[in-house]
Design a protein around this ligand. Sequence first.
Ligand code: NAG
Ligand code: NAG
Ligand code: NAG
Ligand code: NAG
Ligand code: NAG
Ligand code: NAG
Ligand code: NAG
Length: 780
Amino acid sequence: MIQSTNLFQLFCFVSIVLFLFVSSQDDCTYRSYTLIKYDQLKSCLSSVEDDDLNREKVVNTTLGVLEQYAFLETNRDSGSPFNIQVDLRAELLKINATKHDSDFEMHNSINKLLSSLHDPHTMYIKPYCYSLLYIMNPFTIKVTPNEITTLNPIVTISGSNFNNSSVFVSEYLKLTGIDVEPYFGKQIQEIDGMDAWDYIVQEATPNWISKDLSARINEYITHDFSAIPLAYGGIPSSSTFKLKIEDKEIDFEYFGFSVHNQTNTTHFREECYSGIKSYNKKKRNFKNTNLKLEQDRVKYPHLEKRKLHNLISENSPFNSIIEKTGISEEESKINIIYPKESEIEFSVYTTTYPVIGTVDYGIIRIYSFSLQDEAGYEGFKNMIEKSYDYMYENCIRYLILDLRDNGGGSIDLGYQLFYYIFENQKEKLTPKIGNYDLIHSKLHDELFEKCADNDKCYNDKSIPTTPKYWYDKDENQFETIDWYSPGKKYSRGGVEQSYSNLFHENVDLSWENKNKLFFDQEHLILLSDGICGSTCAVFSSKIFQNNLANTVTIGGDADMKNKASLISFPGGQVFDNDIFQLFESYYLYHYDITLENMFDEYPSDQSLSFTWREIYPMDKDPTGENPTPTEFIFYPSDHRINTWDFDNDELIMNKTVYYFPMEPIPSPCPYPSPSPSPTNEKIIAKSKQVKSMEFKLFVSAIVLIALIVFVVVIVWGLKYNHNSKMKTTHQLVFDIDEENEDGFGFELESSSDNFENQEEKILNKKTTNKQNQLLDEENK
Ligand SMILES: *[C@@H]1O[C@H](CO)[C@@H](O)[C@H](O)[C@H]1NC(C)=O
Ligand SMILES: *[C@@H]1O[C@H](CO)[C@@H](O)[C@H](O)[C@H]1NC(C)=O
Ligand SMILES: *[C@@H]1O[C@H](CO)[C@@H](O)[C@H](O)[C@H]1NC(C)=O
Ligand SMILES: *[C@@H]1O[C@H](CO)[C@@H](O)[C@H](O)[C@H]1NC(C)=O
Ligand SMILES: *[C@@H]1O[C@H](CO)[C@@H](O)[C@H](O)[C@H]1NC(C)=O
Ligand SMILES: *[C@@H]1O[C@H](CO)[C@@H](O)[C@H](O)[C@H]1NC(C)=O
Ligand SMILES: *[C@@H]1O[C@H](CO)[C@@H](O)[C@H](O)[C@H]1NC(C)=O
C-alpha cells in the first residue's frame, strides 16, 4: 500500500514536471536569422487551426479580386501549346468547402491552385506570419552537362545557401548532428531514391515561374531546390531527404528559417488571423492625419533577395573545386567595362580565333527594368548610352543582350530601350506600343463608368480609370468610355466573355541613339535562361516577333532537341487587391463616389496580385475573332546552350558567340567610322572648334528647344503631376543585388511601388482634406 502511494506520488510529481517542461517548450518561439528545427516549425504551423469563417472570408475576397483577372476565363482551357485547364472559381469554392489540417494548409491550397496557372504575376502571398518564414535544405546545387554520354546532366553540391559557410556548417551541426562540409563539391547520384536529375525535373514541373518546363527547371536549380519561401510554398511532408553520394545513402534534415522573431503560439495565431502590426502594409487608418507612409510602407521582406543572408558570409569557396571550363585565360576573357549600376552592366568578351584573329563582343547585361537606385531612369539611360558610346568608339560589331533572370520592371523603360536599340525601325514597326485589353467585370464597369460620368474623375489623368489615360492604336487619346465598353466579345476557355477595346498607354520614346549604332539580326543575340518575365518578356517578344535578333537560351530541359521558351509571363500589367482598395478610397475622398461592387478586405495581411491587362503580339495589330494574348504563345529560342552552370559567364559567352551567324570579323573593324557622336567628349571638344557662327546658331537653337521643352515639362508636370506614375507594369523583379540583406526571392514591386507614390499623394491630399475639414469644424 505504502509503496503504491509512493509510486502514485512519484507519478504525479513526474507528470507535473513533464507538464511544466512541455508547456515551457513553445514551438512558436524562434529567433530571426537562426536555424529552426523542421519538427518545431511544422508543429508551430499546425498550431493555427483552419477557421471556417476565416476561410470563407479569404476565399470570398480571392474570388472578388480575381474577377478582374485578365486570364480568368482563358485559363479554363488555354488550348495548345500550354494547355492550362483551371476553373479558378470552382476550385476556390472547393477550397472553401474543405476543412484543412491547419490555417497554413488552407492558404497553401490557394498557392498551389495559382501555381498551376504558371503565371507568376498572379500570386497569393500568405499572411506575413507565414511569409517571413522559409524552409530550406543545407545545399545549393550546380548542374553540368554529362559530356561523356548522353545520360542525364550531373548534379553536384556547390555549397550552402549562406554567405559564411563555416558558420552555417557549425550551426547545422548543432541543430541536426550532421556535418555537411565533407559533402560540398560532391556529386549527387540520387535524391530520395531517384536519379538526381529526374528528381529535379519532377520537382520543377509544378513550379509557377513559367508555362515552359525549361524555365521552371532553371528556376528550380537556382532557387527552389535549396530554399522555399513559405510566402507561396508549402513544407515537405517528411523532415528528411535522402541523398546518394559516392554510392552511400545519407539522410539530411530540412530546417526552417525566419526573418523575424516570434514569441509564442498565442501571439503567432493572432498574427496569422489579423496581420503583423509592424509589417502590416494594408490596414492603414486612412483617417489618421499623421500617418507616415514612409514607415508604414513595407517591401515584401521575404521576397527581397534571392541569394541568402548574412547569417553567415562570403561566397561559396567551393566553386574552385568544380572544374573550370578549359578555356585558357589568354584565349578568351570577359572584361567588365562598366560594372553594374542602375541594373546594367557592360562588358566585352574578347576571343582570339586561330585564323581570323581577335574579336570583341559587347555584352549588355540587363538585370531588371526596375529603377531601384537613386539614379533611376536617368541612371539606366546613362549606362546604356555609355555602353553604346564605348562600342561605337571601339568599333564593336557584335552585341549580346544578356537578359538572364530578369523579372521585368517599368514597361516604359522596356519600350524606350527597344526604340533606342532599334531606332532605325521606329517608322517601320506597327504597332509601336503593344495593344492591350481588360476583362469586363462588375467592379470594372462601375469604376470606369462612374469615373467617366464624374467631371473631376474624368479629367484626372493620373488614374487609369479615366478614358483620358489611354490611347488608341492611332495615338489618339480616348475621350469616352468607349475604350472599355461595349468592347469586344471573345470566346475564351469555352466561355463567351466581353473585354475592353484595344488600347495602350502613352509612352515617351524620345531616347536618341546618338551614334546611330545599330546591330542587325546577324550581329545581335538575345541571351536568356527562359526566366525573362514581364517587361523583359514584352521587350524580348517584340524583338522576337519582328525577327530582329538571334535568340539563345541556356539550361532547361536536358533533351536539347526540345525547344525552350525565350521568355516567361509577358502578362501585360499587374495589379493587386491593395490597388483596388486604394481606388475605392481615392474615389470616395476625391470624387465622393462610392463603389457597390468592391470586394471586402482580406482578414489578415495576405495579398493577391494578378495580371490586370493582357498584351497582344507586336508584329501586327491583333485581328480575327479571337486573337491570342502573348502570354499564351510559345516563343522558342533559335538555339540552346547545353549548360546549367549559370554563374560561369566565360563558358556561357564562349558558347553564345558561336551562334552569331556570320564569320566573325576581327576588331578593330576595317570600316571607316560612322558619323561622330555628339555625346563623345572628344567630339564635343572638336565641335567647339567649329566656326563660331555655326556653333552659336547651333547652341541658340539647342537652348531654345531646351527652353521650350523645359516650359512644357514644367507646365505638364504642374498640371498632371502624377500622370506617368502608374504606367509601370509588372511586379516580379528578380533582385540579385548582394547588398540587400533582408530576404531573398524576388520582389513584388513596380506597379505597387509606383502606385505607392500615388498613394502617398492621395494620403497627403487626404490629409489636407481632413485638416481642412477639421479646421472648418473648428471654425464653426
Ligand atoms: C461570401 O460570399 C457569399 C456569396 O457572395 C456570401 O453569401 C457570404 O456571406 C460571404 N461570406 C462572408 C464571410 O463574407
Ligand atoms: C463556404 O463554406 C461554408 C461552410 O464552411 C458555407 O457555409 C458557405 O456557404 C460557403 N461559401 C460559399 C461562398 O460557397
Ligand atoms: C530578434 O531578437 C534578437 C534578440 O532579442 C535581436 O537581436 C534581433 O534583432 C531581433 N530580430 C529582429 C528581426 O527584430
Ligand atoms: C505571448 O507573446 C505576446 C507578445 O510578445 C505577449 O504579450 C504574451 O504575454 C505572450 N503570452 C504568453 C502566454 O507568454
Ligand atoms: C556576404 O558577406 C560579405 C562580407 O561580409 C558581404 O559584403 C556581402 O554582402 C554578403 N553577401 C550576401 C549575399 O549576404
Ligand atoms: C565567417 O565566420 C567566421 C566565424 O564567425 C569568421 O571567423 C570568418 O572570418 C567569417 N568569414 C567571412 C569571410 O566573413
Ligand atoms: C570555347 O571553349 C573551347 C573549349 O571548351 C575552346 O576550345 C574554344 O576555343 C573556345 N572558343 C572561344 C571562341 O573562345
